[in-house]
Design a binder for this molecule. Structure first.
Ligand code: 1HE
Length: 268
């Protein structure tokens, strides 16, 4: 079956972000290796367009970078003479693009390698699952460049590693390697060098078989519940769980287990 892509996706492809379908998995690739996939305004717009217009058959997505690095962050050559007002709009344009990643239609797995720095780490932290390989390193050079995060990093990164570690990274220029990054919570998976894309596609393929409402609840309800006061959170959870379990697909899956037709939980 050939996929018909939204016109904005064809435009994004000519602007440095490609999209390929692997079955139900949309594989999104930053294609600017000579600049270490630095995120220019054009690339940010292309990312937004792709995640807002994924093909209907996509049930999960993977984002990765071409070349030796995932992403070197903001394209510093475009920073130049922006005034404060333009800076606000620029930051908000990143927020819109990364909102399309985090709160889009399908779960997103980031396949990391090499530099995951600055805005690259902001993009990774907007994804739902991060798979790093042994070559991965994490940094927030904004601190040493005299600027601040602007792509949602101050909201999302402390949720992964805490305010104290993010403060240290930005104040001192500290760089974490792949092993420490997994231990601290940047990535949920760590694989040998060169294997993060394959692992991310494997996970995405599995996630694509979940009931869509379960994935929706995990993407859209869970992070909001986690931010609510406990009594509101319990109520939202009750509403979400009742909606999920009422879906015909949930009934069919539970029935299959009870009839011995669905796999058990297994530690292997
Ligand atoms: C770039 C960028 C970039 C590379 N903007 N052009 N991000 C940073 O401060 C990270 C800056 N980059 C680096 O520290 C290194 O490039 C890397 C560690 C990522 C990779 O090193 P390496 O040796 O493989 O590559 P390179 O030789 O440094 O770079 C290759 C080319 O890419 C070179 O250009 P060329 O014309 O001389 O070949 C670099 O100038 C270019 N390049 N990174 C522009 N970032 C929403 S707010 C977010 C705020 C931030 O993200 S601030 C953090 C910015």
């Amino acid at each position: 079956m050939t996929t018909t892509f939204h016109p904005s996706i064809e435009r994004a492809r000519s602007n440095g972000v490609s999209l390929e379908m692997h079955g139900a998995v949309a594989v999104v690739r930053l294609c600017r290796p000579t600049k270490r996939n630095a995120l220019s305004d054009t690339l940010i717009e292309a990312l937004r367009d792709i995640f807002q217009n994924l093909p209907a058959e996509a049930r999960a997505a993977v984002v990765h970078g071409e070349g030796d690095h995932f992403c070197a962050g903001l394209d510093l050559s475009e920073l130049k003479e922006r005034d404060a007002g333009e800076g606000v709009h620029h930051s908000r344009s990143w927020h819109a693009a990364l909102e399309a990643v985090q709160f889009g239609r399908v779960p997103v797995i980031a396949a990391l390698h090499g530099a995951v720095v600055g805005g690259g780490l902001e993009l990774a932290s907007a994804s739902h699952i991060r798979v790093a390989d042994d070559s991965t390193f994490y940094a927030l050079p904004e601190g040493t460049r005299g600027i601040f995060v602007g792509g949602g990093g101050s909201v999302r990164i402390p949720k992964l590693i805490g305010v104290a570690r993010m403060t240290d990274m930005m104040m001192t220029g500290r760089v974490y390697n792949a092993q420490d990054g997994e231990r601290l919570g940047f990535a949920q998976y760590l694989v040998p060098a060169g294997e993060s894309l394959a692992k991310a596609i494997e996970l995405a393929t599995r996630i694509a078989t979940n009931a869509p409402l379960t994935n929706y609840a995990l993407m859209h309800a869970l992070p909001r519940i986690a931010e609510q006061p406990a009594d509101h959170g319990f109520m939202t959870e009750a509403l979400m769980s009742s909606i999920a379990q009422a879906a015909p697909e949930a009934k069919a899956r539970v029935r299959a287990f009870l009839e011995g037709k669905a796999p058990k939980v297994s530690k292997d």
